[in-house]
Design a protein around this ligand. Sequence first.
Ligand code: PCA
Length: 323
Amino acid sequence: MKIKFLLATVASLAVMTSVSHAEKWDMALAYSATNFHSEMAAEFAKEVAEKTGGALEITTHPSGSLFGGAEIFGAVRKGLVPMGERLISALGNEDPIYEIDAIPFLATSYADAKKLYEASKPALKETLAGARVELLYSCPWPPQGFYSSKEAKVPADVKGLKFRAYNATTSKIAEAFGMVPTKIEAAELSQAFATGVAESMISSGATGYDRKLWEHVKYYYDVKAWLPRNMVIVNAKAWSRLDDKVKAVVTEAAANAEAKCWAKSEELDTWYVEQFKEKGMSVAPASPEMKKAFEEAGEALKAEWLERAGEKGAAVLKAYSEM
Ligand code: PCA
């Protein structure tokens, strides 16, 4: 017994000395472990650990288990956690540039979403630098559709529905339709729909699938309104403390994760919608009346965004239109 104990102690001491220089980082994630963004983050963390020989070990914390979605950006900025992932367009209160990928009908395909990302990346990085945060990579959700507990042939059909919003854009669209928006993080979605706190939402097939929305709503309209992106960010101070070799590995792993994540998102897009049909949901494009109402709400939002985003916003839109 004593010998066993002694051996165990020696073994753990050996482990401790061999990893004494290792940096251990937590990474806060808002979405469930099985969501493709979270899976990519886990792969990214694994690649970093392997290629740095354990010099930087990143532990992912999905489902808002370390910080809830709404807290992640602030937590990374303040250095409460060195690294995290956040839905960019939920940060509109910080700066309008964060909302560019949620301007309705501006970029509705993966190719256009990629162009918009490239066109906006310098402004995004500069804005993040102002918050002392570094961008590592960014990956889109599939195109956004409309979930409804009621059949939506015309806008009047959804009037009064309790609408789950994830950013200012979705709240304002809901208001334009006479729905009643409440902000709810994805991690709390199933409960919100089960208890009737939410009856409709705009989101991707991915989130509806992750949260089993078919158990609560019957209708999915494949509007393809925009492709909002998540971003993986790191606190600038924590970043500056890494040595150059580790930084180079992280940068390379981030580029790999970004490429894989864009491909995965696109690959899964139609698959999610197929699953809805199999689960008995009614899946259809938006009716012409609904589409028109979405587009009108979108136009108003775009004009309002341009006013708030000023020259910085206009310059990005110009760069995008020239790509
Ligand atoms: N899913 C996230 C944001 C966009 C999306 O498709 C959500 O609903 O919270």
